[in-house]
Each structure stands twice: as structure tokens, then as C-alpha cells.
Ligand binder design. Structure first.
Ligand code: SF4
Length: 368
């Protein structure tokens, strides 16, 4: 199983990088973890323009002039965990809701009518609200209506992921939130999520189950973003070597305001976020890089072509929020409020194609 390196050692390694290390990384054709450490370091900050240009070149060569688009559907905001940074935490007195299968399907069809072909089903972590049977049932209802259905729910066993794969789920995202073990303990007060190692092993269980794509990431704002980036590099490296036929994505959620008024413990600026995205693109040329509607429209527009390959659009983070907007029950507030059409227009104006569909569920059904 993957062993996460000591977070303080990652910090030290990054701190010791010099401009010579950065230049070597910028000129390398295949980058190793030392190169990644150099590109994430403060020594790389004066090279941001060069990193952006290289990242843009690689992304164009590997992914073409495209940006994939998807939207999340929040199924439930019940949660048995107490994560101090999240609006859905069991501690928060918010209006709780779990969509029935009919309600979930209705939300999905609203997005379908808006043109979405790729949806991400999200829920808080409460097995008594959303369990594997519920997910299986909703996947079976949606798999012939959408090209790709991904999930972001509580970690499951390999067997449960296999069941969901057979039901039509194509990808699973499970973020470690922070690879800093001490910080992890401080911000995950109770519930199953407080088990750092079980969560860390989840992407491997997803890949073992045969899922087409696995998403990893850290919630930026909890600990040192540079060390988080290097830890992600280690994790990705290990997953790639162990599950060579699986596709991987990395997300970069920066902390947003949420019920509970938690303030980020570390400030991650837009420039920091860009450096991290460029560094990971140079390190792993084929990894999907996702920038969600947490970020402002201005930032997302500027980053198009430079490294990210997938954007969410027209997102609502409250269960049932597409049919009946209710911001009280949101997980966090979004930064880019534009519709799918508006985001697509922006992408086209920049000479790229918005991609709604890059997969067909019939591939999966015939191979299952
Ligand atoms: S981050 Fe996830 S597990 Fe933690 S409280 Fe929020 S919904 Fe629950």
C-alpha cells in the first residue's frame, strides 16, 4: 500500500531547492519527484511564466484544443463526520436533505436539458442516507442518459466499487484533504473520515475495482500547499506504477466560505495555485487537471489553455438546488456563477472546444 512520506521532510526537500534545480526541471523531458519539488518551491516563483508556457505546450500536445465540462449533483448533505472546514459537518445546524431516487433523477434531467453529458454525484458521508444500494439504483437510472457518471461520496470497499462500476459509474474522486497527518487529526474531529490511512488507501481500492478513472487531491488552505503538491506527486506516481491502465485526475479545491465560518489556516493565492497546476502538468503530462467553480470566472478564463483539462460549470452545491435553489443547505459558495452555455462560449471565444462527451457508457456495459 502507498505510504505517504513524512510531511515535514517534504517541506524541507522543497525548501532546499535552488534555481539550478528549477532550470534542470524545466529542461527535463521526464520529470522525477525531485524535479517536482523544485517546481513547487519558492525558488521556482521567478520562473512562473516559463512554467506556464511549458505547461500550455504539453497540455495542447496531449489533450488538444479541448476543455471537458461537467456539473455536480448534490444528493445529500447528511454527514456523520465532523470536518471543521465543511458546511455539511455533523456539528452544523443546517437544513438536511437527502434526495429520493426520483428527485435525484429530476435534478440530473435538468442538467441533461442544459446540455451536460458528464455529471458528478456528490454526497456527505452518511451511510444511513446514501449507501451502495442507493448509489447503484441511481447509477442504473442515469447510465443510459449520460456519457459519464462520476461519484464523490464516502470511501467504500473494493467490492462496493465493483458493484457501482457494473451499475455504470465511470469514475470516483476521493480527496485526502491534507497529506499532513498532524493537521489531518486536528481538522477531522470524529467519524470514519478521521482514519487517515483508510482514506489514503481508497484510491487504490477504486483502481483495483476496475474503475476507468480515479481522482485525487488536497483541500488547499489546511496546510503547506507546496508539501501537499509534492505528496500528491508521490501518491500519483505510486498509483500510476501500480495501476498503469487507470486514468487519473487531480483537483485543486481552494477553501471557500462555508457554514461554520472556518477560516483557511494557510493562504493559497491564485499565483500559488497556478504554480502548483503548472508543476503537476510538467511532472505528469497525461494527468487530468480539474479546476472547479470554486474559483472565480476571471481566474478560470485566464487558466484556460495553460494546464487544466476539465472545468465544472453552472454548479450548485445544495441537494436539490438545480430545481429549487436553497443556499442555506450549500456545502460552500461557488466563485463562478456562469451557466454551461456561458462557460462554453468563453471556451470557444478562446479558440478551444468545450467537450461534453469523451466516453460512452455502452463501452462499459459491453465490457462488464
Ligand atoms: S468534508 Fe465531507 S465528510 Fe467532512 S463534513 Fe463535509 S461532507 Fe462530511
Amino acid at each position: 500500500m502507498f505510504q505517504s512520506p513524512d510531511f515535514n521532510q517534504l517541506r524541507e526537500q522543497i525548501k532546499s531547492a535552488t534555481s539550478a534545480d528549477v532550470e534542470q526541471a524545466l529542461n527535463a523531458t521526464r520529470l522525477n519527484l525531485n524535479d517536482l519539488a523544485a517546481l513547487i518551491s519558492p525558488a521556482a516563483e521567478p520562473y512562473l511564466q516559463q512554467m506556464a508556457a511549458r505547461s500550455s505546450e504539453i497540455t495542447l500536445a496531449r489533450f488538444g484544443k479541448t476543455t471537458q465540462l461537467y456539473a455536480p449533483i448534490y444528493l445529500s448533505n447528511y454527514c456523520t463526520n465532523r470536518c471543521v472546514y465543511c458546511g455539511f459537518s455533523a456539528d452544523n445546524r443546517i437544513k438536511r436533505k437527502c434526495l429520493t431516487l426520483d428527485e435525484a433523477e429530476k435534478e440530473a434531467m435538468i442538467l441533461h436539458e442544459r446540455g451536460f453529458q458528464h455529471i458528478l454525484l456528490v454526497s456527505g458521508e452518511a451511510e444511513n442516507a446514501v449507501d451502495v444500494e442507493y448509489m447503484e439504483a441511481i447509477a442504473l437510472r442515469l447510465r443510459n442518459k449520460f456519457a459519464a457518471v462520476s461519484i464523490e461520496i464516502q470511501p467504500l470497499s473494493t467490492e462496493h466499487y465493483q458493484r457501482l462500476f457494473l451499475a455504470g459509474i465511470t469514475a470516483v474522486a476521493v480527496y485526502q484533504e491534507t497529506y499532513d497527518r498532524d493537521m489531518y487529526k486536528r481538522v477531522h474531529l470524529s467519524g470514519k473520515k478521521s482514519d487517515f490511512d483508510y482514506r489514503l488507501e481508497t484510491p487504490a481500492r477504486v483502481a483495483e475495482a476496475g474503475m476507468r478513472e480515479v481522482g485525487i487531491g488536497a483541500l488547499l488552505g489546511l496546510s503547506d500547499w507546496r508539501a501537499e503538491g509534492l505528496a500528491i506527486g508521490h501518491h500519483l506516481n505510486w498509483l500510476r506504477k501500480t495501476f498503469w491502465s487507470t486514468a487519473f485526475t487531480v483537483s485543486f479545491p481552494r477553501m471557500r466560505p462555508a457554514t461554520g465560518e472556518f477560516e483557511p489556516l494557510e493562504i493559497v493565492t491564485e499565483s500559488n495555485l497556478s504554480q502548483l497546476i503548472f508543476a503537476l502538468r510538467l511532472f505528469d503530462q497525461d494527468v487530468g487537471l480539474i479546476v472547479s467553480t470554486r474559483e472565480e470566472a476571471r481566474y478560470r478564463d485566464g487558466m484556460l489553455k495553460l494546464g487544466p483539462t476539465r472545468y465544472s460549470a453552472g454548479s450548485c452545491t445544495a441537494p436539490g438546488g438545480y430545481g429549487d435553489s436553497d443556499s442555506e443547505a450549500e456545502q460552500f459558495s461557488v466563485g463562478d456563477h456562469r451557466s454551461l452555455q456561458e462557460v462554453s462560449t468563453m471556451i470557444r471565444e478562446k479558440g478551444y472546444d468545450p467537450v461534453y462527451k469523451d466516453w460512452d457508457s455502452s463501452f462499459q456495459i459491453t465490457t462488464s
